[in-house]
Design a protein around this ligand. Structure first.
Ligand SMILES: [Zn+2]
Length: 329
C-alpha cells in the first residue's frame, strides 16, 4: 500500500511538473522556455494596432491598442529622439500633452515642451530604457524649454537635456531651476487625469519650499531617482477602460514631510540590493496583448516562438531602426 502511494505520488508530481513547463498563451500551449522576451516582439513593431483604443494591464506590465502618435512638431511642442519611434500613446495622453503644451505656452510661463518617450506603437516592454511606459499613459517631458525654432531631426537626436541639480548633489541649482520650471510642474500636475508625476527628490524639495496658495497638486508630485533632466507624467486609466489597472493613489498630504526626508538620508547599512526583475514574456502580460500584437498581421507570435533560435524570426518589423540606448542620466 505504501509503495503504491509513493508511486502514485511520483506519477502525480511528474504530471504537474510537465504542466509547469508549459505556459498558455490565449488558448495555445507553448513551452515557457521557448517564449522570446516580450520586448523583442513589442520593440520591433512599427505601427499601432488599428483597433479601438484600450490600455491593457498596468504601467509596467501591459500594452496599448489603438495608440495615436503625438505629431512630432506641434505649435508648442517638439518630439525628441525620433529614431526611437516612441511618440505613441492612448488618445487621452496625446490630448493631455497637446493641452499642457498650449496652456503652458499661452500662460507665458513656458515657451513649449520638448517631449521624450511616450510608448511604442503597441506599448509593451521596450528593448532599452523604461520599465513602465507600457500602456500608453506615461510620458517624459524635458525640463529644458523648447527653443524658438523647429529643430532638425539630427538636433533632436543630438541635443542633451540639462540637469536641474548642482553637480553631485540632490539639490536644485537655482541658476538653472527657476520659478518657470516650478510653475510648469504645478500646471502639469493640476489636470484631473494626472495620477502622478515622478521627479527627482531634490526638485520635489524645491517645489515644497515655495509658498503656493494651493498645494493640493503637490500630492501627485512623487520623488523618484533620476528625473532631474525630465519629469514623467502618468495618467490614470481612462473611464471605462476595464482592462487597465490603476496604481493606488499617493498617500494623503503634500508629501513634503518625513516621506521626502527619507530620500535625503543615507541608505540603511546592509540594505539588500534590489534583485533584477525577470524578463517579461507575452504570457506574463494580459491575454489581450497577444491580439494587440497580432492585429493587422504585424507579428505572428507562433512563428516568432518557433523561430526563436534564429533571433525572433517570423516578425514582420517594417523599416524601424532599433531604438538606441538612452543617454546616461
Ligand atoms: Zn519616464
Amino acid at each position: 500500500m505504501r509503495r503504491l502511494c509513493l508511486k502514485h505520488l511520483r506519477v502525480t508530481l511528474g504530471f504537474f511538473l510537465s504542466l509547469a513547463a508549459f505556459s498558455p498563451i490565449a488558448g495555445h500551449v507553448l513551452p515557457a522556455h521557448a517564449e522570446p522576451p516580450a520586448k523583442k516582439l513589442f520593440g520591433r513593431v512599427a505601427r499601432p494596432a488599428d483597433v479601438p483604443p484600450n490600455p491593457y494591464g498596468s504601467y509596467a506590465r501591459g500594452c496599448v491598442a489603438g495608440a495615436q502618435a503625438l505629431p512630432v512638431t506641434g505649435p508648442s511642442w517638439q518630439v525628441m529622439r525620433l529614431s526611437r519611434n516612441r511618440n505613441w500613446g492612448h488618445p487621452v495622453l496625446i490630448d493631455y500633452l497637446e493641452r499642457l503644451a498650449s496652456d503652458a505656452a499661452a500662460s507665458g510661463d513656458w515657451p513649449g515642451l520638448l517631449v521624450g518617450d511616450l510608448a511604442q506603437p503597441r506599448g509593451g516592454p521596450m528593448l532599452s530604457g523604461h520599465n513602465s511606459h507600457q500602456i500608453g499613459l506615461d510620458a517624459d517631458v524635458w525640463l529644458t524649454p523648447m527653443p524658438n525654432r523647429v529643430l532638425t531631426e539630427k538636433e533632436r537626436e543630438d541635443i542633451s537635456a540639462i540637469s536641474m541639480l548642482r553637480k553631485g548633489k540632490m539639490e536644485v541649482d537655482p541658476a538653472i531651476f527657476t520659478l518657470a520650471h516650478a510653475k510648469l510642474l504645478a500646471r502639469a500636475a493640476s489636470y484631473p487625469e494626472v495620477a502622478r508625476i515622478f521627479i527627482n527628490p531634490g526638485i520635489k524639495r524645491a517645489l515644497c519650499d515655495i509658498q503656493w496658495t494651493d498645494r493640493t497638486w503637490l500630492r501627485k508630485i512623487r520623488p523618484w531617482g533620476g528625473h532631474h533632466y525630465h519629469f514623467h507624467v502618468r495618467l490614470s486609466c481612462p473611464p471605462g477602460a476595464t482592462g487597465c489597472k490603476n496604481q493606488s493613489p499617493p498617500p494623503p498630504g503634500d508629501g513634503c514631510g518625513k516621506e521626502l526626508d527619507l530620500w535625503f538620508q543615507p541608505p540603511p547599512p546592509n540594505a539588500p540590493k534590489p534583485k533584477p526583475k525577470p524578463e517579461l514574456t507575452l504570457s506574463s502580460l494580459p491575454s489581450e496583448c497577444r491580439a494587440v500584437l497580432e492585429a493587422g498581421g504585424a507579428v505572428n507570435v507562433n512563428a516568432a516562438v518557433q523561430g526563436r533560435r534564429g533571433d525572433a524570426a517570423g516578425i514582420s518589423i517594417g523599416n524601424v531602426p532599433s531604438p538606441r540606448r538612452r543617454p546616461v542620466r
